[in-house]
Ligand binder design. Structure first.
Ligand code: NAD
Ligand code: DAU
Length: 357
């Protein structure tokens, strides 16, 4: 079996659902259930004996040791993290704890467990660390996309904490020989994404008749990847990746934020037109920019394609259509995540009431 951390969050829950749909191997899912962890994402697994959910913290060394001993996983896939850049700007402490200390505790627990395994199982063991392209910082408009040897230059508390975690993971391989693999992926979108992130925020604000807040001029560029493709890349890295290696994962889909908002609005115009027949793009508002806002990310994903034979299955057009349709089809899930705590966040970040974000 495998141990997954953060498997109740956006990417983690997609990974758990895809794993159990495509493999016959059980998994243990350790998640602290922060505001971003949502048991509803895993509701379809309620009767699936292959899924063991453990409510706990990756910073809890005793719990980690006990879980590894009890379940004897052949691999760990580490998603658990604080993941939202804007929240890290409001307060970095949770990011330092979860992303740096959590990764350190998990590496130490894994090292102790792995060192005591018999040789065959030791050779087969893998620790997959799920990281981000944000560790590389911001690209000039005409600069080549991030390759694996791009220098680290994180600009936000979030990306700095992920960069620190990446360095720890590397060091545990170089120093102790732990068979780690790191993936640095671009922006994901798809089902179960918490609506603090751009794409689900746009969909839900549009449907609610609220403003569509675009930071600054909206010409920042992100490289968008459908979440199912990120999950297939991680499965491929786990199955075929070489220990100690880093793989950049991306969708070859560079888009400005303005292109994203217009794509989402056009789909909603077609799938769920406004009652007054006006285009959703009318709701677009430019708001104050994010401090330290990275201008451009782009991933050079040729290494994972060349060495592991991975390519994304979705184009941006197919992935964004599926995503918008998923949010339209899941009003109960949407209602569940729009709790009081979510409204508090909107008010903190956008400085407006629930009615007029
Ligand atoms: P998310 O915020 O949706 O989910 C994070 C999950 O981790 C939640 O379920 C939360 O409860 C859990 N968690 C947080 N702290 C924990 C702790 N101390 N112990 C146990 N569980 C804890 O995040 P996401 O968007 O699914 O991202 C998952 C991983 O992928 C993160 O490591 C993130 O840095 C990385 N990543 C995300 C993206 C993206 O676009 N979302 C892109 C590249 C990499
Ligand atoms: O690149 C990978 C990263 O992508 C992951 O490591 C992070 O966990 C994930 O949150 C994401 O980070 P971003 O900051 O790029 O994602 P976000 O959805 O917050 O913002 C995407 C872009 O949209 C960014 O340029 C900021 C902008 N934006 C965002 C929000 C929430 C807006 O213009 N308005 C908004 O209201």
């Amino acid at each position: 079996m495998i141990l997954v951390t953060g498997g109740a969050g956006f990417i983690g829950s997609n990974f758990v659902l895809d794993w159990l749909a495509t493999q016959d191997e059980p998994l243990v899912n350790l998640d602290k259930l922060t505001y971003a962890g949502n048991p509803a994402n895993l509701a379809s697994l309620a009767d699936d004996a292959r899924h063991t959910f453990v409510h706990g913290d990756v910073c809890d060394a005793a719990l980690l040791q006990q879980l590894l001993q009890a379940h004897q996983p052949r691999a760990i896939v580490h998603f658990a993290a604080e993941s939202h850049v804007d929240r890290s700007i409001h307060g970095a402490a949770d990011f330092i704890d979860a992303n740096i200390m959590g990764t350190y505790r998990l590496l130490e627990a894994a090292r102790g467990y792995w060192a005591a395994l018999p040789t065959g199982r030791q050779d087969a063991f893998r620790f997959v660390h799920v990281s981000t392209d944000e560790v590389y910082g911001s690209l000039a408009p005409d600069a080549p996309a991030f390759a694996e040897d791009h220098r680290y230059a994180p600009n936000s508390p979030y990306s700095a904490s992920k960069a620190a975690a990446d360095h720890l993971v590397r060091a545990w391989h170089q120093t102790y020989g732990l068979p780690v693999l790191t993936s640095n992926c671009s922006n994901n979108y798809g089902p179960y994404q918490f609506p603090e992130k751009l794409i689900p925020l746009l969909i839900l604000n549009a449907l609610a008749g609220k403003s569509l807040p675009i930071y600054g001029d909206g010409r920042q560029v992100r490289d968008w990847l459908y979440v199912g493709d990120h999950c297939s890349a991680i499965r491929r890295i786990l199955a075929r990746g070489a220990p100690g290696q880093v793989y950049n994962v991306g969708g070859w889909n560079e888009k400005t934020n303005l292109e994203i908002v217009h794509a989402v609005c056009a789909l909603l115009d077609a799938l769920r037109p406004r009652a007054d027949g006006q285009p959703y793009a009318r709701q677009l508002r430019h708001v104050q920019d994010r401090p330290g806002h990275d201008r451009r990310y782009a991933i050079d994903a040729r290494k994972i394609e060349r060495e592991l034979g991975w390519r994304p299955a979705e184009t941006f057009e197919t992935g964004i259509r599926k995503t918008v349709q998923w949010y339209l089809d899941h009003p109960d899930w949407v209602a569940g995540v729009q709790s009081g705590a979510y409204r508090d966040w909107l008010s903190t970040q956008y400085g407006a009431t629930d009615e007029e974000v």
